[in-house]
Design a protein. Structure first.
Length: 727
């Protein structure tokens, strides 16, 4: 078939096999996406109907790119293929089959921020101390239990071992009850509910088994227990299923991924045919040799030998730096030298790091040197407060039972409905078996609420009713524009006229433009469908590879991407591999796989940097270089010193204070951890790990000075700052 002439023999063989279950072990840079794309095109040529093909990916970006490539090969048919992430595909099935579940088809989808908010509210209602038991830790544990398919009753019976477990069990039980009452599902539910549906309603299972004649799964090494169980339920043991993955690139154990799924697949399905893609098209021989010398230190791997016909290539440059500022300066120098000698562009470079906090100094130096950069996977656009607030409005309009979203917007913009009023309404709702939304229209019956505030609640309910009525009459672009105008959000931000308010205004305008454009491109899209896409959006989906800027991102965000030149930074013990003090679910083997992934992102050249000292938690920490450097084949790299031996150009304390205290940050988060003391080590969602060096004021005006990694000092109002205490 002429379609396959662009594939190598191993790729062709994998594409043409359609007799039964198959696993394609695809090494880094071996053309995995190409094989999946051609396999789908091949199936269409072999007269499989487009709607009978189910292709599951891990990012929307991967799904969209694959669909576009299939369109180029087989025009017209690609649009009817069921292609998308696990979560988006099974959310679609749950909406179609909602009448067979306990949920209505307009269910909301909670992201991790929404789930954390719900967990915190439950803990407050159950009088669980949020200083002693971190809401984030409890939310993470609940997600872990759901990933491993352990319901609250089983957890209580079998797994409880500590006081923390007792609190988790109490919160978990109430969490599940409220999610049902709110007609809402979290990310884990989007996998668990279909399993429940398929196992209890055999006719529904049969319907989808008949529909999906061929199932393909990308990045199979990243599947968790629930995803694998879902595949085993949906596809018969001898069914037509093709999974593609590389156990050496399994880096999401902390998120529930189970690398052993690759081994289990071979046992669980009948007569599985194994294919190996071992020719690397991306990297030089030197880079592959270095990557192999790292990964061979891991045990129990699926056997494969990567090779390439590419050139030998330049040796890896190992740069020893004095500190993190020297590290950033050395990176800038190398970028300038490479651009000058090889006529490269800024978007040919990526700077990778283990924690987001490491980007701070990089950004400072990049701005100072006027080198354009783009941060991938930083604070997601849809997680910004003003965006979450507006999305919450749309979610309540789509699903009035969504109490968590309703609570979020009850007093945004400010309308005089305080927490005491809300508490009294919630108590009334509970006594009368009502939802909070229903209680709003009966607010005059709630005693102890002033008449003026009752009017405010009633007027707010009238606004929501108006837009619930309009949601099927207006496009979603018209709906959001009209809503923002009626709420006077733009006017409020303009009147506030601070730098922060103007940034928020810009974000709101960006959201309106995005929704309006999306609405024009998809005129028939329903509000629920749009909200589903937003809730499943990840920052990586928006990465523009054409933008001429250096990419700054974590090792995890770099998965699946590639650049001619890659910098692997911060290669020091306790930072990379990261200390288990900071990430409990990490393992040395997974950290080593992460290093392997980082190395194999590079096409031409790799720079590895490590610092003798690094400013962490408000003090200078002297670092020892990463064990991974010692595992590298010595013939693959050359060592070079940065500013070692010369005076370090670290800023004085006075300079740091002058630079960072010009703009005090008032992070807009809920109060938590207000009893912090000097010396406490803390974690902040945006700034990373830090150490409290000063606490001032009292009550509402309590402030803490925190030294975060990367010479980043912040003074935070504890009324708003969400700090997780580590010790």
């Amino acid at each position: 078939m002429s379609l396959l002439k662009n594939l190598n023999p191993a790729q062709q063989e994998a594409v043409e096999y359609t007799e039964g279950p198959q696993i394609i072990i695809a090494g880094a840079g071996s053309g995995k996406t190409r094989v999946l794309t051609y396999k789908i095109a091949y199936l269409l040529k072999k007269n499989f109907k487009p709607e009978s093909i189910l292709a599951l990916t891990f990012t929307n970006k991967a799904a969209n790119e694959m669909k576009e490539r299939v369109k180029e090969l087989i025009p017209k048919k690609a649009d009817s293929i069921w292609m998308g992430t696990f979560h988006s595909i099974f959310a679609r099935i749950l909406r179609i089959e909602a009448k067979h579940t306990n949920f209505k088809s307009n269910f909301s989808i909670y992201d991790t921020v929404d789930s954390l908010s719900l967990v915190t509210n439950i803990m407050n209602d159950l009088n669980i101390d949020t200083d002693k038991f971190q809401p984030g830790a409890i939310r993470h544990r609940i997600s872990y239990l759901k990933n491993h398919m352990i319901p609250p009753t089983d957890f209580r019976k079998t797994y409880m071992k500590s006081l923390f477990d007792q609190k988790v069990a109490d919160v978990y039980e109430e969490y599940e009850n409220r999610m049902l009452n709110f007609n809402s599902l979290d990310f884990d539910d989007l996998l668990l509910k279909p399993i429940e549906l398929f196992t209890t309603k055999k006719s529904i299972l049969q319907k989808y088994r008949s529909q999906f004649e061929y199932v393909l799964v990308d990045e199979f090494q990243d599947t968790n227990k629930a995803q694998y169980e879902l595949l085993k339920v949906l596809v018969p043991k001898n069914g037509l299923i093709c999974v593609v993955g590389d156990d050496a690139q399994s880096i999401y154990g902390w998120r529930g991924a189970v690398v052993s799924n690759m081994h289990d697949f071979i046992k669980d399905f009948s007569k599985v045919k194994i294919f190996k893609l071992e020719q690397n098209y991306r990297s030089t021989k030197t880079i592959l040799k270095a990557a192999d010398s790292i990964i061979k230190n891991n045990s129990n791997q699926l056997e494969k030998t990567l090779w390439t016909e590419n050139e030998e290539g330049e040796k890896i440059m190992l740069i020893k730096c004095s500190d993190e500022k020297d590290e950033a300066s050395q990176i800038i120098k190398c970028i300038k030298d490479e651009i000058s000698s090889k006529k490269l562009s800024f978007n040919d470079f990526a700077v990778l790091y283990r924690t987001n906090a490491q980007s701070r100094i990089m950004e400072d130096i990049f701005r100072m040197e006027m080198i354009p950069y783009t941060i991938i996977g930083g604070v997601d656009f849809y997680k910004r407060k003003e965006i979450k607030d507006l999305i919450a409005y749309l979610r309540v309009i789509a699903n009035p039972n969504d109490e968590e979203s309703l609570l979020r917007i009850m007093n945004f913009p400010q309308r005089g409905i305080g927490s005491t009023t809300v508490d009294r309404m919630l108590a009334f709702a509970k006594r009368h078996g009502l939802t909070l939304f229903q209680t709003m229209s009966r607010v005059y019956e709630v005693i102890d609420i002033k008449e003026r505030i009752q009017r405010n609640v009633k007027n707010f309910r009238l606004i929501l009713d108006k837009y619930i009525n309009l949601k099927t009459k207006l496009s979603i672009g018209e709906l959001i524009s009209s809503l923002v105008e009626e709420l006077e959000i733009i006017k409020t931000f303009k009147e506030e006229n601070t730098q922060e308010a103007l940034q928020r205004l810009e974000n709101v305008n960006q959201l309106i433009k995005f929704i309006t454009d999306y609405s024009k491109e998809n005129p028939d899209v329903k509000l629920e469908q749009f909200l589903e896409q937003v809730s499943l959006y990840s920052d990586i989906d928006n990465y523009d590879e054409e933008k001429n800027a250096v990419a700054l991102l974590t090792f995890h965000s770099a998965k699946g991407l590639e650049w001619p030149i890659v910098f692997i930074t911060g290669c020091e013990e306790e930072l990379f591999p990261i200390s288990s003090k900071f990430i409990l679910d990490t393992s040395l083997e997974e950290e080593r796989r992460l290093f392997y992934v980082a190395l194999t992102r590079a096409k031409q050249k790799v720079y590895i940097t490590h610092a003798r000292s690094r400013y962490r938690f408000g003090e200078v920490a002297y670092q020892s270089r990463s064990r991974f450097i010692d595992e590298l084949d010595k013939s693959t790299y050359i060592e070079e010193n940065g500013l070692l031996g010369r005076k370090s150009n670290r800023k004085t304390k006075k300079e740091i204070y002058l630079e960072y205290f010009k703009n005090i940050d008032y992070e807009d988060f809920s109060q938590e951890g207000a009893t912090l003391k000097v010396g406490s080590r803390v974690m902040h969602d945006k700034f990373g790990l830090g150490k409290v060096t000063e606490v001032q004021g009292s009550g509402e005006m309590l402030k803490a000075t925190v030294h975060f990694e990367g010479n980043n000092i912040k003074q935070l109002m504890l009324k708003f700052a969400k700090l997780k205490v580590l010790n």
